[in-house]
Design a protein around this ligand. Structure first.
Ligand code: CUA
Length: 146
C-alpha cells in the first residue's frame, strides 16, 4: 500500500471517528433525538371525526404501517373538512383522489389540509410514500352522499 493511500484511509477513518463522536455527544450531552410521536398528545389520543358546524367537519387521522387509523367516514355533499394528519411510525403519504389533498404524514409533526367535497361519490385515499412491505395495501375511502 502506498503512502498516499494510507494517508487517505487515515483521514477517512479520522473523519468517521469525529462524526461518530459528534453523534454520541449530541445524543447524550444535548438530548438531541429523533422526534417523538405526537399521537400520544391530544387530539391524536384516538382517531376522531366530528362535526364543528353545519356541513363543517374536523378529521384527525393517524397513519401507521399500513393503514389509516380512521373510522369509516361519510360526509354530506358540500361539506368542508379540516384534516389533521400525523404518523405513528414512519413517513407516509395521504392523497385523496379527485381532490387536491396531498399530505405527508411525518412522525412528530401535524400536517393540515382543508377540502370541500362538491360532488357525491367515493373518494379513495392512498399512501403515496413508500413506507414498507405493506405500502400498496395502505388505502382508505371517504364517502360523500347527497
Ligand atoms: Cu404508508 Cu406507503
Amino acid at each position: 500500500m502506498e503512502r498516499s493511500e494510507r494517508l487517505v484511509m487515515g483521514i477517512g477513518i479520522a473523519v468517521m471517528a469525529v462524526f461518530f463522536a459528534l453523534v454520541l455527544l449530541l445524543a447524550t450531552g444535548f438530548g438531541v433525538d429523533v422526534p417523538g410521536c405526537i399521537t400520544e398528545m391530544k387530539p391524536f389520543e384516538q382517531d376522531t371525526v366530528f362535526q364543528t358546524a353545519e356541513k363543517r367537519y374536523e378529521m384527525h387521522v393517524i397513519a401507521r404501517m399500513w393503514s389509516y387509523q380512521m373510522p369509516p367516514v361519510e360526509f354530506p355533499v358540500g361539506s368542508t373538512v379540516d384534516i389533521y394528519l400525523t404518523s405513528g411510525d414512519v413517513v407516509h403519504g395521504f392523497h385523496i383522489d379527485r381532490t387536491n389533498v396531498n399530505l405527508m404524514a411525518v412522525p412528530g409533526t401535524v400536517t393540515y389540509a382543508r377540502v370541500r367535497f362538491r360532488t357525491p361519490g367515493e373518494y379513495p385515499i392512498v399512501c403515496h410514500e413508500y413506507c414498507g412491505i405493506g405500502h400498496q395495501q395502505m388505502v382508505g375511502v371517504i364517502r360523500v352522499v347527497q
